[in-house]
Design a protein around this ligand. Structure first.
Ligand code: PHE
Length: 438
Protein backbone atom coordinates (compact mmCIF):
# COMPACT_ATOMS: atom_id res chain seq x y z
CA UNK A 1 0.00 0.00 0.00
CA UNK A 2 3.03 2.28 0.33
CA UNK A 3 2.95 3.40 -3.31
CA UNK A 4 -0.60 4.60 -2.86
CA UNK A 5 -2.01 7.85 -1.44
CA UNK A 6 -2.00 8.10 2.37
CA UNK A 7 -5.77 8.33 2.44
CA UNK A 8 -6.14 4.77 1.09
CA UNK A 9 -5.41 2.93 4.38
CA UNK A 10 -7.89 5.21 6.16
CA UNK A 11 -10.67 4.40 3.70
CA UNK A 12 -9.57 0.75 3.69
CA UNK A 13 -9.99 0.31 7.45
CA UNK A 14 -13.13 2.41 7.71
CA UNK A 15 -14.82 0.32 5.04
CA UNK A 16 -13.41 -2.90 6.48
CA UNK A 17 -15.23 -2.18 9.77
CA UNK A 18 -18.37 -1.02 8.02
CA UNK A 19 -18.49 -4.30 6.09
CA UNK A 20 -17.72 -6.22 9.27
CA UNK A 21 -20.79 -4.63 10.72
CA UNK A 22 -22.91 -5.17 7.60
CA UNK A 23 -22.06 -8.81 6.94
CA UNK A 24 -22.08 -9.72 10.63
CA UNK A 25 -25.57 -8.37 11.05
CA UNK A 26 -26.70 -9.95 7.78
CA UNK A 27 -25.39 -13.36 8.84
CA UNK A 28 -27.69 -13.52 11.86
CA UNK A 29 -30.66 -11.50 10.59
CA UNK A 30 -32.65 -14.42 9.14
CA UNK A 31 -31.64 -16.73 11.98
CA UNK A 32 -32.81 -14.22 14.60
CA UNK A 33 -36.06 -13.43 12.86
CA UNK A 34 -37.06 -17.08 12.38
CA UNK A 35 -36.07 -18.30 15.86
CA UNK A 36 -39.02 -19.18 18.12
CA UNK A 37 -40.10 -16.51 20.59
CA UNK A 38 -39.84 -19.04 23.39
CA UNK A 39 -36.35 -20.53 23.33
CA UNK A 40 -33.03 -20.20 25.11
CA UNK A 41 -32.05 -17.53 22.60
CA UNK A 42 -35.45 -16.17 21.57
CA UNK A 43 -36.09 -14.57 18.20
CA UNK A 44 -39.13 -13.05 16.53
CA UNK A 45 -40.82 -16.31 15.53
CA UNK A 46 -41.43 -15.38 11.88
CA UNK A 47 -41.98 -17.92 9.09
CA UNK A 48 -39.08 -18.76 6.75
CA UNK A 49 -40.86 -17.12 3.81
CA UNK A 50 -41.42 -13.86 5.71
CA UNK A 51 -37.82 -13.85 6.90
CA UNK A 52 -36.43 -14.36 3.40
CA UNK A 53 -38.71 -11.70 2.05
CA UNK A 54 -37.45 -9.24 4.70
CA UNK A 55 -33.89 -10.27 3.84
CA UNK A 56 -34.50 -9.60 0.13
CA UNK A 57 -36.03 -6.18 0.74
CA UNK A 58 -33.36 -5.24 3.25
CA UNK A 59 -30.42 -6.19 1.02
CA UNK A 60 -32.06 -4.33 -1.83
CA UNK A 61 -32.86 -1.18 0.11
CA UNK A 62 -29.45 -0.75 1.73
CA UNK A 63 -28.05 -0.27 -1.76
CA UNK A 64 -30.98 1.53 -3.35
CA UNK A 65 -30.66 4.19 -0.65
CA UNK A 66 -27.27 4.94 -2.18
CA UNK A 67 -29.10 7.20 -4.63
CA UNK A 68 -30.26 9.69 -1.97
CA UNK A 69 -26.88 9.10 -0.32
CA UNK A 70 -25.16 10.20 -3.52
CA UNK A 71 -27.44 13.20 -4.02
CA UNK A 72 -26.84 14.34 -0.44
CA UNK A 73 -23.10 14.26 -1.09
CA UNK A 74 -23.17 15.95 -4.50
CA UNK A 75 -25.59 18.70 -3.56
CA UNK A 76 -24.96 19.51 0.06
CA UNK A 77 -22.45 17.76 2.22
CA UNK A 78 -19.71 16.39 -0.02
CA UNK A 79 -18.69 12.74 0.23
CA UNK A 80 -16.48 13.08 3.27
CA UNK A 81 -19.17 14.39 5.62
CA UNK A 82 -21.82 12.07 4.20
CA UNK A 83 -19.61 9.08 5.00
CA UNK A 84 -19.29 10.30 8.59
CA UNK A 85 -23.05 10.75 8.87
CA UNK A 86 -23.58 7.27 7.42
CA UNK A 87 -21.18 5.70 9.91
CA UNK A 88 -22.98 7.35 12.84
CA UNK A 89 -26.38 6.16 11.55
CA UNK A 90 -25.09 2.59 11.11
CA UNK A 91 -23.60 2.47 14.60
CA UNK A 92 -26.86 3.86 16.05
CA UNK A 93 -28.88 1.34 14.02
CA UNK A 94 -26.88 -1.64 15.30
CA UNK A 95 -27.18 -0.38 18.88
CA UNK A 96 -30.95 -0.17 18.48
CA UNK A 97 -30.98 -3.78 17.21
CA UNK A 98 -29.01 -4.71 20.29
CA UNK A 99 -32.08 -3.84 22.36
CA UNK A 100 -35.18 -5.99 22.79
CA UNK A 101 -38.45 -5.12 21.12
CA UNK A 102 -40.00 -4.71 17.70
CA UNK A 103 -39.89 -0.91 17.72
CA UNK A 104 -36.14 -1.04 18.18
CA UNK A 105 -35.88 -3.71 15.50
CA UNK A 106 -37.67 -1.69 12.84
CA UNK A 107 -36.09 1.64 13.71
CA UNK A 108 -32.68 -0.07 13.79
CA UNK A 109 -33.18 -1.49 10.31
CA UNK A 110 -34.31 1.92 9.04
CA UNK A 111 -31.20 3.61 10.36
CA UNK A 112 -29.01 0.90 8.83
CA UNK A 113 -30.58 1.34 5.42
CA UNK A 114 -30.09 5.11 5.60
CA UNK A 115 -26.58 4.75 6.99
CA UNK A 116 -25.27 2.27 4.42
CA UNK A 117 -26.89 4.38 1.70
CA UNK A 118 -24.93 7.38 2.91
CA UNK A 119 -21.62 5.63 3.54
CA UNK A 120 -21.06 2.88 1.00
CA UNK A 121 -21.26 4.71 -2.35
CA UNK A 122 -19.49 7.79 -1.07
CA UNK A 123 -16.53 6.06 0.47
CA UNK A 124 -16.05 4.25 -2.85
CA UNK A 125 -16.14 7.53 -4.76
CA UNK A 126 -13.56 8.92 -2.32
CA UNK A 127 -11.18 6.09 -3.21
CA UNK A 128 -11.36 7.25 -6.83
CA UNK A 129 -10.81 10.83 -5.68
CA UNK A 130 -7.41 9.87 -4.25
CA UNK A 131 -6.05 9.31 -7.78
CA UNK A 132 -5.50 11.72 -10.64
CA UNK A 133 -7.19 11.17 -13.96
CA UNK A 134 -5.36 8.50 -15.94
CA UNK A 135 -3.39 7.25 -12.92
CA UNK A 136 -2.71 3.55 -13.63
CA UNK A 137 -2.61 2.90 -9.85
CA UNK A 138 -6.33 3.57 -9.55
CA UNK A 139 -7.54 0.06 -10.46
CA UNK A 140 -5.01 -1.43 -8.06
CA UNK A 141 -6.15 1.00 -5.37
CA UNK A 142 -9.66 -0.30 -5.79
CA UNK A 143 -8.44 -3.88 -5.58
CA UNK A 144 -6.71 -3.11 -2.28
CA UNK A 145 -9.85 -1.39 -1.03
CA UNK A 146 -11.83 -4.44 -2.12
CA UNK A 147 -9.57 -6.68 -0.07
CA UNK A 148 -10.34 -4.50 2.97
CA UNK A 149 -14.05 -4.99 2.34
CA UNK A 150 -13.54 -8.72 2.30
CA UNK A 151 -11.44 -8.90 5.45
CA UNK A 152 -14.50 -7.48 7.17
CA UNK A 153 -16.83 -9.76 5.23
CA UNK A 154 -14.79 -12.93 5.90
CA UNK A 155 -14.38 -12.54 9.63
CA UNK A 156 -17.70 -11.12 10.75
CA UNK A 157 -20.05 -14.01 9.89
CA UNK A 158 -17.75 -16.20 12.00
CA UNK A 159 -17.46 -13.79 14.96
CA UNK A 160 -20.85 -12.08 14.99
CA UNK A 161 -22.46 -15.38 14.02
CA UNK A 162 -20.83 -17.17 16.95
CA UNK A 163 -21.63 -14.46 19.49
CA UNK A 164 -25.18 -14.14 18.18
CA UNK A 165 -25.92 -17.85 18.23
CA UNK A 166 -24.11 -18.74 21.45
CA UNK A 167 -24.48 -15.67 23.69
CA UNK A 168 -27.62 -14.12 22.23
CA UNK A 169 -28.68 -12.33 19.05
CA UNK A 170 -28.62 -8.92 20.64
CA UNK A 171 -24.99 -9.35 21.62
CA UNK A 172 -24.28 -10.18 18.01
CA UNK A 173 -25.88 -6.92 16.88
CA UNK A 174 -23.95 -5.11 19.60
CA UNK A 175 -20.69 -6.54 18.27
CA UNK A 176 -21.64 -5.37 14.77
CA UNK A 177 -22.22 -1.90 16.25
CA UNK A 178 -18.87 -1.92 18.02
CA UNK A 179 -17.24 -2.75 14.68
CA UNK A 180 -18.77 0.33 13.09
CA UNK A 181 -17.72 2.51 16.03
CA UNK A 182 -14.11 1.34 15.55
CA UNK A 183 -14.45 2.27 11.88
CA UNK A 184 -15.64 5.74 12.88
CA UNK A 185 -12.60 6.20 15.10
CA UNK A 186 -10.27 5.28 12.24
CA UNK A 187 -12.10 7.66 9.92
CA UNK A 188 -12.03 10.61 12.29
CA UNK A 189 -8.40 10.05 13.21
CA UNK A 190 -7.49 9.85 9.54
CA UNK A 191 -9.15 13.11 8.47
CA UNK A 192 -5.73 14.71 8.09
CA UNK A 193 -4.97 12.35 5.21
CA UNK A 194 -8.25 13.10 3.47
CA UNK A 195 -8.03 16.89 3.17
CA UNK A 196 -8.27 17.04 -0.61
CA UNK A 197 -10.83 14.38 -1.18
CA UNK A 198 -14.62 14.13 -0.77
CA UNK A 199 -15.33 17.84 -0.51
CA UNK A 200 -18.30 19.58 -2.11
CA UNK A 201 -17.73 20.27 -5.81
CA UNK A 202 -18.87 23.75 -6.76
CA UNK A 203 -20.96 23.70 -9.90
CA UNK A 204 -20.36 26.40 -12.48
CA UNK A 205 -23.36 28.51 -13.40
CA UNK A 206 -24.02 29.81 -16.92
CA UNK A 207 -22.95 33.44 -16.82
CA UNK A 208 -25.66 35.91 -15.93
CA UNK A 209 -28.20 33.15 -15.17
CA UNK A 210 -28.97 30.77 -12.39
CA UNK A 211 -28.63 27.71 -14.64
CA UNK A 212 -25.87 25.13 -14.35
CA UNK A 213 -23.52 24.59 -17.29
CA UNK A 214 -25.10 21.67 -19.25
CA UNK A 215 -23.48 18.48 -19.98
CA UNK A 216 -21.18 18.20 -22.95
CA UNK A 217 -21.67 15.58 -25.67
CA UNK A 218 -18.75 13.62 -24.30
CA UNK A 219 -20.18 13.60 -20.79
CA UNK A 220 -23.54 12.46 -22.08
CA UNK A 221 -21.96 9.55 -23.97
CA UNK A 222 -20.08 8.56 -20.89
CA UNK A 223 -23.25 8.55 -18.85
CA UNK A 224 -24.88 6.29 -21.47
CA UNK A 225 -22.07 3.77 -21.30
CA UNK A 226 -22.24 3.85 -17.51
CA UNK A 227 -25.95 3.12 -17.61
CA UNK A 228 -25.23 0.13 -19.87
CA UNK A 229 -22.60 -1.06 -17.44
CA UNK A 230 -25.28 -1.00 -14.74
CA UNK A 231 -27.09 -3.71 -16.67
CA UNK A 232 -23.96 -5.85 -16.38
CA UNK A 233 -23.97 -5.15 -12.68
CA UNK A 234 -27.57 -6.33 -12.27
CA UNK A 235 -26.84 -9.56 -14.16
CA UNK A 236 -23.58 -10.11 -12.31
CA UNK A 237 -24.98 -9.75 -8.79
CA UNK A 238 -28.23 -11.44 -9.75
CA UNK A 239 -26.14 -14.57 -10.27
CA UNK A 240 -23.40 -14.09 -7.69
CA UNK A 241 -25.69 -13.32 -4.78
CA UNK A 242 -27.09 -16.85 -4.85
CA UNK A 243 -24.36 -17.48 -2.28
CA UNK A 244 -26.44 -16.32 0.68
CA UNK A 245 -29.67 -17.91 -0.57
CA UNK A 246 -29.92 -20.89 -2.92
CA UNK A 247 -26.25 -21.94 -2.67
CA UNK A 248 -26.49 -21.70 1.11
CA UNK A 249 -29.58 -23.91 1.33
CA UNK A 250 -28.11 -26.29 -1.23
CA UNK A 251 -24.93 -26.58 0.82
CA UNK A 252 -27.01 -27.47 3.85
CA UNK A 253 -29.16 -30.06 2.10
CA UNK A 254 -27.07 -31.70 -0.62
CA UNK A 255 -23.35 -31.10 -0.14
CA UNK A 256 -21.36 -33.62 1.84
CA UNK A 257 -19.79 -31.33 4.45
CA UNK A 258 -17.94 -33.97 6.42
CA UNK A 259 -14.18 -33.39 6.39
CA UNK A 260 -11.93 -35.66 8.49
CA UNK A 261 -14.96 -36.85 10.40
CA UNK A 262 -16.23 -33.36 11.24
CA UNK A 263 -19.35 -31.92 9.70
CA UNK A 264 -18.63 -28.27 8.89
CA UNK A 265 -21.59 -26.02 9.81
CA UNK A 266 -23.29 -24.59 6.72
CA UNK A 267 -22.99 -20.93 7.74
CA UNK A 268 -19.18 -21.20 7.77
CA UNK A 269 -19.16 -21.57 3.99
CA UNK A 270 -20.48 -18.01 3.79
CA UNK A 271 -16.95 -16.85 4.53
CA UNK A 272 -15.33 -18.87 1.73
CA UNK A 273 -15.82 -16.35 -1.13
CA UNK A 274 -14.47 -13.48 0.99
CA UNK A 275 -11.38 -15.52 1.90
CA UNK A 276 -10.81 -16.24 -1.79
CA UNK A 277 -11.02 -12.51 -2.50
CA UNK A 278 -8.34 -11.80 0.11
CA UNK A 279 -6.13 -14.55 -1.30
CA UNK A 280 -6.61 -13.83 -4.99
CA UNK A 281 -7.18 -10.07 -5.10
CA UNK A 282 -3.58 -9.19 -5.87
CA UNK A 283 -2.80 -12.13 -8.25
CA UNK A 284 -5.89 -11.40 -10.35
CA UNK A 285 -5.07 -7.67 -10.49
CA UNK A 286 -1.49 -8.54 -11.46
CA UNK A 287 -2.70 -10.83 -14.19
CA UNK A 288 -4.62 -7.95 -15.76
CA UNK A 289 -1.63 -5.62 -15.46
CA UNK A 290 0.50 -8.24 -17.20
CA UNK A 291 -1.98 -8.45 -20.04
CA UNK A 292 -2.01 -4.67 -20.26
CA UNK A 293 1.77 -4.61 -20.54
CA UNK A 294 1.61 -7.18 -23.31
CA UNK A 295 -0.58 -4.70 -25.20
CA UNK A 296 -3.66 -6.90 -24.99
CA UNK A 297 -7.24 -5.78 -24.44
CA UNK A 298 -7.84 -4.76 -20.80
CA UNK A 299 -10.57 -2.14 -20.92
CA UNK A 300 -12.94 -2.11 -17.95
CA UNK A 301 -15.83 -3.23 -20.11
CA UNK A 302 -13.79 -6.18 -21.37
CA UNK A 303 -12.87 -7.17 -17.82
CA UNK A 304 -16.48 -6.88 -16.72
CA UNK A 305 -17.64 -9.09 -19.61
CA UNK A 306 -14.96 -11.70 -18.99
CA UNK A 307 -15.57 -11.51 -15.24
CA UNK A 308 -19.26 -12.20 -15.72
CA UNK A 309 -18.48 -15.25 -17.86
CA UNK A 310 -15.89 -16.66 -15.46
CA UNK A 311 -18.29 -16.15 -12.56
CA UNK A 312 -20.91 -17.96 -14.65
CA UNK A 313 -18.69 -21.01 -15.12
CA UNK A 314 -18.76 -21.27 -11.33
CA UNK A 315 -22.41 -22.21 -11.72
CA UNK A 316 -21.42 -24.96 -14.11
CA UNK A 317 -19.62 -26.55 -11.14
CA UNK A 318 -22.94 -26.46 -9.33
CA UNK A 319 -24.52 -28.13 -12.35
CA UNK A 320 -22.03 -30.93 -11.81
CA UNK A 321 -22.87 -31.00 -8.10
CA UNK A 322 -26.59 -31.13 -8.79
CA UNK A 323 -26.10 -33.90 -11.34
CA UNK A 324 -24.07 -35.93 -8.86
CA UNK A 325 -26.60 -35.32 -6.08
CA UNK A 326 -29.43 -36.44 -8.33
CA UNK A 327 -27.53 -39.65 -9.13
CA UNK A 328 -26.19 -40.49 -5.69
CA UNK A 329 -28.13 -38.36 -3.19
CA UNK A 330 -25.15 -36.19 -2.22
CA UNK A 331 -22.55 -34.03 -3.95
CA UNK A 332 -18.87 -33.67 -3.20
CA UNK A 333 -17.68 -30.56 -1.38
CA UNK A 334 -15.09 -29.84 -4.05
CA UNK A 335 -17.81 -28.69 -6.49
CA UNK A 336 -18.94 -26.03 -4.06
CA UNK A 337 -15.39 -24.84 -3.42
CA UNK A 338 -14.55 -24.75 -7.14
CA UNK A 339 -17.77 -22.90 -7.77
CA UNK A 340 -16.89 -20.18 -5.24
CA UNK A 341 -13.33 -20.05 -6.57
CA UNK A 342 -14.48 -19.33 -10.12
CA UNK A 343 -17.15 -16.92 -8.93
CA UNK A 344 -14.54 -14.96 -7.00
CA UNK A 345 -12.07 -14.86 -9.91
CA UNK A 346 -14.95 -13.41 -11.93
CA UNK A 347 -15.85 -11.00 -9.15
CA UNK A 348 -12.26 -9.75 -8.91
CA UNK A 349 -12.15 -9.14 -12.64
CA UNK A 350 -15.44 -7.28 -12.69
CA UNK A 351 -16.35 -5.64 -9.41
CA UNK A 352 -13.40 -3.48 -8.27
CA UNK A 353 -12.98 -2.55 -11.92
CA UNK A 354 -16.60 -1.43 -12.16
CA UNK A 355 -16.17 0.84 -9.13
CA UNK A 356 -13.03 2.31 -10.60
CA UNK A 357 -14.74 2.69 -13.99
CA UNK A 358 -17.51 4.86 -12.51
CA UNK A 359 -14.99 7.18 -10.88
CA UNK A 360 -13.19 7.56 -14.22
CA UNK A 361 -16.30 8.27 -16.25
CA UNK A 362 -18.63 10.32 -14.08
CA UNK A 363 -18.40 14.11 -14.41
CA UNK A 364 -17.04 15.33 -11.04
CA UNK A 365 -20.23 17.07 -9.97
CA UNK A 366 -22.27 13.91 -10.56
CA UNK A 367 -19.67 11.51 -9.20
CA UNK A 368 -21.60 10.52 -6.07
CA UNK A 369 -24.98 10.22 -7.70
CA UNK A 370 -23.56 7.99 -10.46
CA UNK A 371 -21.95 5.82 -7.81
CA UNK A 372 -25.31 5.85 -6.01
CA UNK A 373 -27.06 4.54 -9.12
CA UNK A 374 -24.33 1.92 -9.51
CA UNK A 375 -25.02 0.63 -6.00
CA UNK A 376 -28.76 0.79 -6.59
CA UNK A 377 -28.18 -1.53 -9.57
CA UNK A 378 -26.35 -3.85 -7.19
CA UNK A 379 -29.41 -3.70 -4.95
CA UNK A 380 -31.64 -4.74 -7.85
CA UNK A 381 -29.17 -7.56 -8.55
CA UNK A 382 -29.54 -8.74 -4.97
CA UNK A 383 -33.32 -8.77 -5.28
CA UNK A 384 -33.11 -10.53 -8.66
CA UNK A 385 -30.86 -13.15 -7.07
CA UNK A 386 -33.57 -13.90 -4.52
CA UNK A 387 -36.17 -14.26 -7.26
CA UNK A 388 -33.99 -16.52 -9.40
CA UNK A 389 -33.05 -18.64 -6.39
CA UNK A 390 -36.71 -19.07 -5.49
CA UNK A 391 -37.36 -20.60 -8.95
CA UNK A 392 -35.43 -23.68 -7.85
CA UNK A 393 -38.32 -24.76 -5.66
CA UNK A 394 -40.36 -25.72 -8.72
CA UNK A 395 -37.84 -25.88 -11.55
CA UNK A 396 -35.16 -27.77 -9.62
CA UNK A 397 -31.61 -26.77 -8.67
CA UNK A 398 -29.93 -28.45 -11.63
CA UNK A 399 -32.02 -26.35 -14.01
CA UNK A 400 -31.45 -23.08 -12.17
CA UNK A 401 -27.68 -23.54 -11.84
CA UNK A 402 -27.39 -24.53 -15.50
CA UNK A 403 -29.66 -21.67 -16.54
CA UNK A 404 -27.45 -19.15 -14.74
CA UNK A 405 -24.35 -20.61 -16.42
CA UNK A 406 -25.89 -20.43 -19.90
CA UNK A 407 -27.36 -16.99 -19.45
CA UNK A 408 -24.19 -15.37 -18.13
CA UNK A 409 -22.12 -16.98 -20.89
CA UNK A 410 -24.41 -15.70 -23.63
CA UNK A 411 -24.61 -12.30 -22.01
CA UNK A 412 -20.80 -12.10 -21.87
CA UNK A 413 -20.44 -13.10 -25.53
CA UNK A 414 -22.93 -10.41 -26.50
CA UNK A 415 -20.97 -7.81 -24.56
CA UNK A 416 -17.73 -8.82 -26.24
CA UNK A 417 -19.38 -8.43 -29.62
CA UNK A 418 -20.50 -4.92 -28.68
CA UNK A 419 -17.20 -3.95 -27.08
CA UNK A 420 -15.97 -1.60 -29.80
CA UNK A 421 -19.00 0.73 -30.02
CA UNK A 422 -19.32 0.74 -26.23
CA UNK A 423 -15.70 1.72 -25.82
CA UNK A 424 -16.13 4.52 -28.29
CA UNK A 425 -18.72 6.06 -25.96
CA UNK A 426 -16.15 6.35 -23.17
CA UNK A 427 -14.18 8.91 -25.21
CA UNK A 428 -10.83 7.74 -23.98
CA UNK A 429 -11.65 8.06 -20.27
CA UNK A 430 -9.45 5.04 -19.66
CA UNK A 431 -6.48 6.22 -21.64
CA UNK A 432 -3.42 7.16 -19.68
CA UNK A 433 -2.36 10.78 -19.52
CA UNK A 434 1.21 11.34 -20.79
CA UNK A 435 2.51 12.02 -17.28
CA UNK A 436 0.90 8.96 -15.74
CA UNK A 437 2.16 6.71 -18.50
CA UNK A 438 5.70 7.98 -17.94
N1 PHE B 1 -18.52 -7.80 -1.35
C1 PHE B 1 -18.93 -6.56 -1.97
C2 PHE B 1 -19.15 -5.51 -0.92
O1 PHE B 1 -19.70 -5.78 0.09
C3 PHE B 1 -20.18 -6.78 -2.72
C4 PHE B 1 -20.69 -5.54 -3.37
C5 PHE B 1 -20.11 -5.08 -4.53
C6 PHE B 1 -21.73 -4.85 -2.82
C7 PHE B 1 -20.58 -3.96 -5.15
C8 PHE B 1 -22.21 -3.72 -3.42
C9 PHE B 1 -21.63 -3.28 -4.60
O2 PHE B 1 -18.80 -4.38 -1.13
Amino acid sequence: MKDHPKGLPILFFTEMWERFSYYGMRAILVLYVTEQTISANPGLGWSKADALSLYGWYTMFVYVMSIPGGILADKWLGQKKTVLLGGILIAAGELLLAMQGLTFFYSGLTLLVLGVGALKPNISTMVGGLYKQGDPMRDKGFTIFYIGINIGAATSPLLVGYVGEVYGWHYGFLLAGIGMILGLFVYMWGQKFLKDVGNVVTVKKVEGTNKHVPLTREEKDRIIVMLISFLIVIVFWGAYEQAGGLMNLYTKEKINRVVLGWEIPTSMFQSVPAFFVILLGVPVANYWVKRYKMGKETSSLFKMAVGTMVMGTGFFMMTAAAWQAEETGQAMLIWLILSYLLQVIGELSASPVALSFITKLAPARYASIMMGIYFAATGLGNKLAGMVGALAENAGEFEVFTGIFLFTTLFGVLLLLMLKPLKRLTHGAEELTPESAA
